[in-house]
Design a protein around this ligand. Structure first.
Ligand code: ADP
Ligand code: ASP
Ligand code: MG
Length: 401
């Protein structure tokens, strides 16, 4: 049986915790399992390295950032391997390159293009535990790249796919996927299973417990994915294909994303092609536009609002300030957040959105923007009500039951 395990930043946050991980890995090895272990940088390390770079400039070159950030994961991979060897186990630490991970050129947000698992396979066949530094690969020129924040999850899933592993286990400080972030709502309940689609929606909407690209890939490759805690032996949550019984559950989770900023363009000329022009300019600047709202035009002009991640607001401002025609003025608001309700059951039941709106109304929370899909309803509200909204919605759909 071949298992890929991934330990996140908190799980390897101190030397004692790395030792704890080594013991867990050793135990699985004693049970006869073949193992590839992917590790993140120690918690806080990636942010610290980013701050180091920002000491010199606000816009460091992305290639150099990848060189810098990939070092965090190498430290933990080497330390875990050393810890296992000290306990008498055969282990080998590999960088992304040594593990055969080749990506595209999009530095700091690279996509995995291929994995040549030969080196990992040989080490496994020699009886070694393979430890891989997560979050990184190399492009075709051999330059190191990183896979976007939270990207070690993606490394683990991609390796599980490439090695046809029996399962992929993602270990963090929570023992599974909950109905909402248990740090916000202590009454949140752990789910035994969740569909790939719901999990993908939750991750994309801001639940950082799994990186969204990793869930997307797990679905594509059919990787059996578990979310578990490195601090307990609890069962965890299985992320899997949707089953019929899942549709009976109307709503499976509530998600809060505080990393949102709203831009409103006032007095936009109401003519064919204007939206295309605006959003093409934003896309050219690699700005991730999320929600968009356009009012019905009156007197030849209209208002257009959209949201972007907070980190991209400055960039979006620049783009829009240079877009010096067809717009009368702009407003920005960084103090907004997005609350979302997710569930595959929405496909077959009506009234879910209406209930979300009345729940916020009952709490006197104003909704600034709304967007819906088959399996989610998202609302932009004032940031200071984000947590209240999550708890109220969690109550309204009786997710603690
Ligand atoms: P790691 O550093 O191990 O990758 P993360 O911090 O990325 O771990 O993810 C774990 C965190 O995700 C938890 O501490 C929890 O606060 C948060 N989280 C957000 N939404 C959920 C959810 N629905 N279920 C479980 N955890 C969640
Ligand atoms: N260390 C990286 C981050 O903090 C990648 C990861 O932890 O998955 O984003
Ligand atoms: Mg993570």
């Amino acid at each position: 049986m071949l298992i890929v395990q991934k330990y996140g930043g908190t799980s390897v946050g101190t030397l004692e915790r790395i030792d704890n991980v080594a013991n867990r890995v050793a135990k699985a090895r004693d049970e006869g399992k073949d193992l590839v272990v992917v590790v993140s940088a120690m918690s806080g390390e990636t942010n610290k390295l980013i701050e180091y770079a920002h000491y010199f400039t606000k816009h460091p070159a992305k290639k150099e950032m990848d060189m810098l950030l990939s070092s965090g994961e190498r430290v933990t991979a080497a330390l875990l391997s050393i810890a296992l060897q000290a306990k008498g186990y055969e282990a080998v630490a590999m960088t992304g390159r040594q593990a055969g991970i080749v990506t595209d050129d999009l530095h700091t947000y690279a996509r995995i293009e291929s994995i040549d698992p030969t080196a990992m396979r040989e080490a496994i066949d020699e009886g070694k535990i393979v430890i891989v530094a997560g979050f990184q690969g190399v492009n075709k020129e051999g330059r190191v790249t990183t896979l976007g924040r939270g990207g070690s999850d993606l490394t683990a899933v991609a390796i599980a796919g490439a090695l046809h592993a029996d399962q992929c286990e993602i270990y963090s400080d929570v023992d599974g996927i909950y109905t909402t972030d248990p740090r916000i709502e202590p009454k949140a309940k752990k789910l035994d299973t969740i569909s790939y689609d719901e999990m993908l929606e939750m991750s994309s909407l801001g639940a950082k417990v799994l990186q969204n690209r990793s869930v997307e890939l797990a679905k594509k490759l059919g990787v059996k994915l578990y979310a578990r805690s490195s601090f307990s032996d609890n069962e965890g949550t299985l992320i899997t294909e949707e089953t019929n019984s899942m549709e009976e559950v109307l709503v499976s989770g509530v998600v809060l994303d505080k990393n949102q900023a709203r831009v409103t363009l006032r007095g936009v000329t109401d003519r064919p092609g204007i939206a295309a022009e605006i959003f093409n300019k934003l896309a050219e600047a690699n700005i991730n536009v999320d929600m968009i709202i356009q009012n019905v035009g009156t007197d030849g002009s209209t208002n257009l609002g959209f949201t972007v991640p907070q980190s991209e607001l400055d960039n979006a401002k620049n783009v829009m300030e240079n877009f010096n025609h067809d717009i009368e003025g702009m407003d920005y608001d960084e103090n907004v957040c997005k609350v979302s309700v997710v569930g595959v059951g929405m496909k077959s039941h009506s009234g879910v959105a209406a209930k979300a709106f009345s729940t916020l109304a009952d709490n006197n929370i104003n909704i600034q923007m709304i967007s819906t899909s088959e399996i989610k309803v998202s609302m932009i509200i004032d940031e200071k009500y984000g947590e209240l909204a999550v708890r109220s919605l969690h109550d309204a759909y009786e997710l603690d039951k």
